[in-house]
Design a protein around this ligand. Structure first.
Ligand SMILES: Cc1cc2nc3c(=O)[nH]c(=O)nc-3n(C[C@H](O)[C@H](O)[C@H](O)COP(=O)(O)OP(=O)(O)OC[C@H]3O[C@@H](n4cnc5c(N)ncnc54)[C@H](O)[C@@H]3O)c2cc1C
Ligand code: FES
Length: 260
């Protein structure tokens, strides 16, 4: 297990990406440890007497030369809202790196990355770090509508992007599992990775299992400590009840006791 750091990082950017998602970039005064896509940080919410538990966020981008960590924060409740209101120049306390990340693909494998909601950040991080020829990296990103998608132009160089929206305003209409790439080409992939709402990941897991394709999902169970002490993030698995914060958040679907 790598050593965990507890550090105050200075926010250098906190900008809206769309109506509900913000890009938060933080800089450390010390060199950052190596992060694997899928790992997360646990963030203390400043100046808030009513929010005393930290909130977990997956790492979206790391710049080792600038010592910066970027997160994509979707406003869900009070904690995420407060975080998006913090001004550049203020500092925030983070614990990192937490959890176990995705298994890297091996050279020449074809991979399918599927992100929905707040699961888009870690999928983009994995696409960038996969080390694969971009022709072999395919991403399906799903959202309710056009305005819920973020601009991924800087990431197009790392793979082939497909979009779904429930209202048909961008890409194919429907859920990610209804996209034609998922429907018609699933068996051409060696590995599938997914992060997003539970129902989305379960639907993906069902199809991956049927086709016997390696599939990892990143769970977003409610968390408090983030490092295996409070036991509030337990997930039943074939290896017993495991803490998602230390044994996950990334799990192989064959290890989960999902009814799918
Ligand atoms: C490992 C991990 C990585 C994550 N990565 C990201 C990320 O990159 N970007 C991002 O925007 N969010 C991410 N999340 C989710 C994020 O932690 C929650 O959105 C945040 O904690 C909500 O806090 P809040 O105070 O805003 O909402 P709260 O006020 O605590 O909750 C508001 C409502 O949302 C529900 N809720 C809270 N957390 C979750 C959750 N995880 N799943 C489903 N419902 C929830 C609550 O039950 C409540 O109904 C991640 C979660 C985990 C566990
Ligand atoms: S969040 Fe405390 S044990 Fe996982």
């Amino acid at each position: 297990m790598s050593l965990k750091e507890v550090q105050n990082l200075v926010i250098i950017e906190n900008t809206p990406l769309n109506a509900t998602n913000f890009l938060i970039r933080l800089v450390s005064i010390k060199p950052l440890p190596k992060f694997v896509p899928g790992q997360f940080v646990n963030v203390e919410i400043n100046n808030s007497s009513e929010i005393f538990l930290r909130r977990p966020f997956s790492v979206f981008e790391i710049n080792y030369s600038l010592n910066s960590i970027s997160l994509i924060v979707k406003i869900l409740g009070r904690g995420s809202k407060k975080l998006t209101e913090i001004k550049a120049g203020e500092s925030v306390n983070l614990i990192f790196p937490l959890g176990k990340g995705f298994t890297f693909p091996i050279p020449n494998e074809r991979i399918l990355l599927i992100g929905g909601g707040s699961g888009v950040g870690p999928m983009l991080f994995l696409a960038k770090e996969s080390g694969l020829n971009p022709d072999n990296v395919h991403l399906i990103l799903g959202a309710k509508s056009f305005e819920d998608h973020i601009n991924i132009d800087d990431y197009r160089q790392f793979g082939n992007f497909y979009f779904t929206t429930e209202d048909g305003s961008l890409g194919e209409r429907g859920f990610v599992t209804q996209h034609s790439v998922f429907q018609n080409k699933l068996k051409t992939f060696d590995k599938i990775y997914a992060c997003g709402p539970d129902a989305m990941m379960k639907a993906i897991a069902r199809e991956a299992k049927k086709s016997n394709i390696f599939c990892e999902v990143s769970l977003e169970n409610l968390m408090a400590c983030g490092f295996g002490v409070c036991l509030c993030c337990i997930e039943p698995t074939v290896r017993g009840n495991l803490c998602v914060c230390t044994e996950g958040p990334v799990f192989n679907i064959n290890d989960l006791k999902w009814q799918i």
